[in-house]
Design a protein around this ligand. Structure first.
Ligand code: AMP
Ligand code: GLY
Length: 423
């Protein structure tokens, strides 16, 4: 079959890498893709939000399955548009993708269906928001309602910072329309985990567990990023936590979405905060996590294509996922300036050597070609992902890959996976 993957990040390179291993694939495309996907698929220069262009291409090329990586095309309604034309799509519909697209929606859903989450209120005016901040105390969490490229969450450490964040968001200065409503919530302590599951709207099949590393610096210091590294499995998700995540988070959410007339079909990602035996949901994403997707797909033994098809067709009852017992670790290498304004165009040295290392895959994200050179072209540049018998083996191998690669101003965390070692 002919498969089209939409997106251009490390997540999409991992999807292309895994899909390319399936015997069901005859041709594989990626739009727009990156130099990494180009080695396994045909890159098509169409932007992820060019819905008409993508639809034209899929019809013209006779694409059998379209797999959507990022959230933006889902919330623009790509799945609905393609399905109206009889095309098969892996990705949540527009009215289900709102679970990520509006934090106010997802918090209200959680409250209504008893999904454990932080206490919160939604505001459109500064004065009542400030009263609520005073009621909750410091630290307090301020979130822009809409999509803000992972930057719309402020953990305010002082009242002034909280009031400034709310004022900036509500005035439209900070995130435009995405900040027209804000969620203010209680600060939760604990350790985070990323809990992903495939669902057809009724059945739920969890993926292996994973953990992300959001802050830019070692020891979880500095501003949040899209994710500086991830590993799987995540021992913080004990069997008890896993059971609670399935029962209290996934089951209630999937059933709640169906009850709201927003049946969720796709991969559902819950960001969890785990404190002892307690699990609370920080947020939902309507897609695979990036970078979580990279280590997860390196551990997935099953052919992913039948799984994607079953989800797209709306019946996963016959699906079973097989995983390697090995651990996997992805270390993100980012450009200078990230997560602020990034410096682009630096030549990446060492790619040819790093690519030779066994059990290591260099997933491309913000890279592009300049003549014969591969250069940096985005914040997160590479996801250096290793598989090993233990987490320690996978960490060592991933950092061996990282040490082989370099460019001016490269940034990476040196402690990816250390929380798993410390358990
Ligand atoms: P979100 O996009 O809602 O997951 O928020 C991004 C990050 O902010 C999360 O991964 C957490 O690290 C942090 N965060 C969000 N909400 C809270 C909260 N209520 N308490 C503590 N940290 C939070
Ligand atoms: N790594 C977090 C996310 O994909 O949102």
């Amino acid at each position: 079959m002919k498969i089209l993957v939409i997106g251009s990040g490390g997540r999409e390179h991992a999807l292309v890498w895994k899909i390319a291993q399936s015997s069901l694939v005859t041709r594989l495309f990626c739009a727009p893709g990156n130099p990494g996907t180009a080695s396994l698929a045909e890159n098509i220069p169409l932007a992820v939000d060019d819905l008409d262009g993508l639809l034209d291409f899929a019809i013209r090329e006779g694409i059998d399955l379209t797999v959507v990586g990022p959230e933006l095309p889902l919330s623009l309604g790509l799945t609905d548009l393609f399905q109206e034309q009889g095309l098969m799509v892996f990705g949540a519909s527009k009215n289900a993708a709102i679970i990520e697209g509006s934090k106010a929606f997802s918090k209200d859903l959680m409250k209504k269906y008893g999904v454990p989450t932080a206490a919160y209120e939604v505001f459109t005016q500064v004065a009542p928001a400030v009263s609520f901040i005073d009621q909750l105390g410091i630290p307090v969490v301020i979130k822009a309602d809409g999509l803000a490229a992972g930057k719309g969450v402020i953990i305010a450490q002082s009242r002034d910072e909280a009031v400034t964040a709310v004022t900036d968001m509500l005035s439209g200065n900070a995130f435009g329309a995405a900040g027209a409503r804000v969620v203010i919530e209680e600060f939760l302590v604990g350790e985070e985990a990323s809990f992903l599951a495939f669902t057809d709207g009724t059945n739920i099949i969890p993926l292996a567990t994973a953990q992300d590393h959001k802050p830019i610096y070692d020891g979880d210091q500095g501003p949040n990023t899209g994710g500086m590294g991830a590993y799987s499995p995540a021992p913080v998700v004990t069997p008890l936590i896993h059971e609670k995540a399935m029962k209290e988070v996934m089951r209630r959410t999937v059933d709640g979405m169906a009850a709201e007339g927003r049946t969720y079909k796709g991969v559902l990602y819950a960001g969890l905060m785990i404190n002892g035996e307690e699990v609370k949901t920080l947020e939902f994403n309507a897609r695979f996590g990036d970078p979580e997707c990279q280590p997860l797909l390196m551990r997935l033994k099953s052919d992913i294509v039948p799984v994607l098809i079953a989800v797209a067709r709306g019946d996963i009852s016959g699906i079973e996922l097989q995983w390697y017992d090995d651990a996997s670790v992805c270390v993100v290498m980012a450009a200078a300036g990230y997560p602020g304004d990034v410096i682009k165009g630096d030549v990446i040295a060492g790619l040819a050597d790093a690519t030779q290392i066994d059990n290591l895959v260099i997933f491309h994200a913000g890279t592009s070609l300049k003549g014969n050179d591969c250069v940096t072209s985005g914040g997160r540049v590479l996801g250096v992902t290793a598989r090993g018998v233990t987490v320690k083996d996978a960490i060592d191998l991933a950092y061996k890959g990282v040490d082989t690669l370099s460019w001016n101003g490269v940034q990476f965390r040196k402690d990816i996976g250390s929380k798993a070692l410390n358990r």
